[in-house]
Structures are given as structure tokens and as C-alpha cells.
Design a protein around this ligand. Sequence first.
Ligand SMILES: [Zn+2]
Length: 210
Amino acid sequence: MIRKFLSVTLLFFAFVLIDAIHVFAASSPVTSRKIVIDPGHGGTDWGSTECPGLAEKDANLDISRRLQELLANDGAQVLMTRTDDSYKSNNDRYTQANQFGGQVLVSVHLNGSTNHTKNGTLGLYGKRNKDLEFAKTLHQRMVSEVGVPDLGITNFASGVLLKANMPATIAETVFISNTAECSLLTDGTGNRQQKIAQSLYYGISDWFAR
Ligand SMILES: [Zn+2]
């Protein structure tokens, strides 16, 4: 009798536990979504080199990896168009994204200028109908989370944006060339990179929660 009671009790807790896991896994808007992260530049293409000691290509990959982890923790299916310091053409990037069947694509960049006072966050879209709303959704989060001026949303005829079948945006998240931003990005803590990744994660979640 006691054994039966114990096994029924154990069974009860097992169901509670399974249910708790189920609720936890289903609690995020990005769970099971197919998300493409496209770390900008790579290999011989360095991106901006206006922050001493930190090339844009490396910062893009760092932020992208953090974003990948945040999304994967919620059970999203994530494709990274590059996972190391290798050169990828636009064709490589959108072909991978389309073959994967991504539902959205975010190309992760830091803006660069020879004017080291230039500051702000900028969203880029390719096709108005396909990309604009997605670009806006991510950009709004960047503006509210990252604490830099709002440089708005601009059309940009990038092959990655135009030829990816899914809503896509290039996030020019912050200016790596800005003196204060460069200091934050090279302070060794990774906090700034994490903040940017977190903001992109919130933006993608907003998109799927609509
Ligand atoms: Zn770039």
C-alpha cells in the first residue's frame, strides 16, 4: 500500500515536472522559430577599423554568438552564416539563409566613421514590403535599450536583404568608431556586446510576439 502510494506520488510529481518543463519551453515567442544571424564582414573583409584593437568583423561575431545563445536558450533554431573569421560573399549568406528556410534574418553590424564623435543606431531594410516592419521592430528595441541617438530606418540595396526570402534587416547597432563606444567595447568585460545582443534578442522576440 505504501509502495503504491509512493509510486502514485512519484507519478504525480513527474507529471508536474514534465508540465513545468513544457510551460517553460513554450514561454518564449522565439521557441522553434528558424532565425538566421548574419555576422557582418569576416576574413579579408574587416569592416570598420576605426576602434583601435577591435575590428568590426570580430565584434560582429562576438555579438552574434551571444545573440545565438540567447535564442538557443529559448529553443529557437538558429543558423549563423559564419561561425569563425572567414570571408563570406553576399551570395553565400542569402543562399544559406534561404536553404535553411529562415523566418527572419538579422545581419549584425557596427557602424563606422572617420568622425569619432558620430553616434547612434541605424536600421536598414531592403524591400519595403518584406523588410520594413521587421527592421522597425528591431530598431525600436535598439533605440529603447542601447541608449544612443536614434538615426532612424533607411533603405539600403544590399544583396543579402534583397535576395533573402524572409524579412531581413541590417542592424547598424552602434558606432564602433565612436570614442566612448569603442572604450565600452574594448573594456574586456563584454558587457556592451551582451547589451547589444540582448537588445536584438528582445527585438526578434517582439517580432514573433506580435
Ligand atoms: Zn559593417
